[in-house]
Design a binder for this molecule. Structure first.
Ligand code: ATR
Length: 277
């Protein structure tokens, strides 16, 4: 049988860790397949999508800046993609190109892995109202959390998400964080602040109850300032690397026909890559 081919398309794409993740699984399971990074400029994305079938791809991932263009460009979408408004995974089914979004799945699976029972820990405070926040809110809703407080520097963006996702979601400006944390069971950072150490929107885990779980989507560094502060406070923390690993699972299964496992070995491989950069 011909080699099964998949890809990740982005711009730039050189630093994507997805080829390492999928390459590890292909080798581990002895699958005759390939997964490669392709740099696609925004102006060429529509043509790239249109040529996938003739180029022999079973599907692939799309990342920044193509997630919205992929959302608009596929023939069919799954429920998560529709809710989140972006597509990160493509595959062919019944002869047409489908787009899905596995970011919310990856977020929830990471917490299932490292903080089982987390979904009983509402209310949730979500820092940020961008694309990553949408995936997290979708996952929180799906897992039955009824009180989701979205806090953002730009209040209007949080309000837009509250309108889109419905009654379980409330919108707040940065000044409200302290008050919102006092009875929260989950704190999730979806902004890039951990990377830059910028404190325009800061949440102090000291104000959380003892049973709270704190997680950060940022995974470089693995322990962000937020997670370090939460650990010092004695709270359960979950880093963001597992979300990256788990979001890759559904795509691999669709293209290569086997549900792969997120193992400590895979995690070590990607940690070494992060630390070596
Ligand atoms: P992503 O897809 O990673 O979520 P995004 O859509 O650009 O990226 O969203 C970035 C998020 O980080 C937003 O919530 C943004 O706040 P604004 O909506 O107010 O821009 C937040 N963010 C980025 N830099 C920030 C900063 N310096 N201070 C506070 N919030 C910041």
């Amino acid at each position: 049988m011909a080699e099964k081919k998949a890809f990740v398309a982005g711009h730039p794409i050189a630093h994507s860790r997805s080829p390492k993740i999928h390459g590890h699984w292909l080798a581990k399971y002895g699958i005759e397949g390939s997964y490669r990074a392709i740099d696609v400029a925004p102006a060429e994305f529509a043509a790239f999508l249109a040529s996938l079938g003739e180029n022999g791809f079973r599907g692939g991932n799309v990342t920044i800046p193509h997630k919205e263009a992929a959302f608009a460009g596929v023939a069919r979408r799954d429920h998560a993609a529709d809710e989140i408004g972006a597509v990160n995974t493509l595959w062919f089914e019944d002869g047409v190109l489908w787009g899905g979004n596995t970011d919310g799945y990856g977020f929830a699976a990471n917490l299932d892995d490292h903080a089982p029972g987390w979904a009983a820990n509402g209310p949730a405070v979500v820092l940020g109202a961008g694309g990553a926040s949408r995936a997290v809110i979708h996952a929180l809703k799906e897992r039955g959390i009824k009180d989701i407080r979205v806090v953002n520097r730009t209040l209007a963006r949080a309000q837009e998400l509250a309108r889109h996702f419905g009654a379980a979601i409330t919108a707040h400006g940065a000044g409200a964080v302290g008050e919102l944390l006092a009875d929260a069971g989950l704190l999730i950072n979806t902004t890039s602040l951990g990377m830059h150490g910028d404190a325009t929107l800061s949440a102090d885990p000291a104000g959380l109850p003892d049973h709270a779980i704190v997680t950060d989507l940022v995974y470089v560094p693995l322990e962000t300032p937020l997670l370090a502060a939460a650990r010092t406070r004695g709270l359960k923390t979950v880093d963001g690397l597992g979300m990256l690993l788990h979001q890759a699972v559904p795509g691999f299964e669709r293209w290569f026909g086997r549900k792969p496992e997120v193992t400590p070995e895979l995690r070590r491989l990607i940690v070494a890559d992060i630390e070596g950069q």
